[in-house]
Design a protein around this ligand. Structure first.
Ligand code: IPD
Ligand code: CA
Ligand code: CA
Ligand code: CA
Length: 277
């Protein structure tokens, strides 16, 4: 086995273990749900318990690697050649409401570049995996992106960060504009699954701001290996730490990038619909 294959196997073991914890806690949280710094930004006993089992497995196999995990923060030198970006429960709000759309996301950055990714949706038992040049799979079968090439025929997904009440850069205008231009825009509540579903062709594109490396590292390599494209909104190379991503099947990438750079104010839609109505 190559190094990447070993990393992929261990990341899979960790994601499955984390997913099992999530399934065990589902619907049994009672008062084990608390708000973090902002209203609506939840953390539960399941987030923490999932992270504990993931960290135990990764540290046992790779004690020399560093980690960036949502609930534990930075562990080890973040400039390390090998940095694991871990989201033990992506979709906490869904999970807390027992809305079955959440995942474990484990990605490995090698010298800052996403090279291994595992996203596990335990409720639907869907395991997405990829590693650089080894392809992307869903439950061990190869996946690829959709071939939709027109925005007007596409189904997109996006999301809203927890700081949305505090900033006007909150994605509301973008969401509205693209809802007008496409067959629809979904808001699933799990960034890693959004990327996974673009990778397997269920969705055609995704954009979002206010993200963290643990939300997208695994999804980026998964989508690239499935034939998709990632970038900044303006189509320049993606910077994982920027928190802003445009991710598509490749075919609608340029059009979506252009639209994201020319978003009309929200007010124009409200007055237009009143006029039209
Ligand atoms: C959140 C989800 C959501 C996205 C938020 C993320 P969490 O992660 O991925 O889809 O819109 O920005 O923070 O907190 O559920 O792990
Ligand atoms: Ca997340
Ligand atoms: Ca999380
Ligand atoms: Ca969170």
């Amino acid at each position: 086995m190559t190094k990447l294959q070993i990393f992929l196997e261990i990341a899979t073991e960790a994601a499955l273990a984390g997913g099992q914890v999530l399934q065990e806690y589902l619907g049994k949280l009672e008062d084990a749900i608390i708000e973090k710094q902002r209203p609506g930004d939840l953390v539960t006993a399941a987030d923490k318990a999932s992270e504990v089992v993931i960290l135990e497995i990764l540290r046992r196999h790779f004690p020399e690697h560093s980690i960036l995990a949502e609930e534990s923060g930075k562990l080890g030198n973040q400039e390390n050649e090998y940095l694991w970006a871990i989201d033990p429960l992506d979709g906490t709000t869904n999970y807390a409401h027992q809305y079955p759309f959440f995942a474990v996301s484990i990605g490995l950055l090698i010298n800052g570049v996403p090279q291994v990714g595992v996203i596990y949706d335990p409720f639907h038992n869907e395991l997405f995996r990829a590693a650089q040049d080894l392809g992307a799979t869903l439950n061990r079968r190869p996946i690829k992106v959709s071939q939709t090439s027109e925005l007007s025929k596409s189904l997109l997904v996006s999301g809203f960060a927890y700081d949305r009440r505090e900033t006007s850069d909150n994605n509301y205008a973008e969401f509205c504009h693209l809802t007008h231009l496409t067959q629809g825009v979904r808001r699933s509540g799990s960034a890693s699954l959004d990327l996974a579903h673009v990778a397997c062709g269920r969705l055609d594109g995704y954009w979002e701001r206010g993200l963290s490396p643990w939300d997208i590292t695994a999804g980026v390599i998964l989508l690239q290996e499935a034939g998709g494209k990632v970038s900044a909104y303006d189509n320049t190379p993606l910077k994982i730490e920027s928190g802003r991503i445009l991710a598509t099947n490749g075919y609608i990438h340029n059009s979506l990038s252009q639209e994201l750079q020319n978003i009309p104010p929200l007010s124009s839609y409200i007055s237009k619909s009143l006029r039209d109505g």
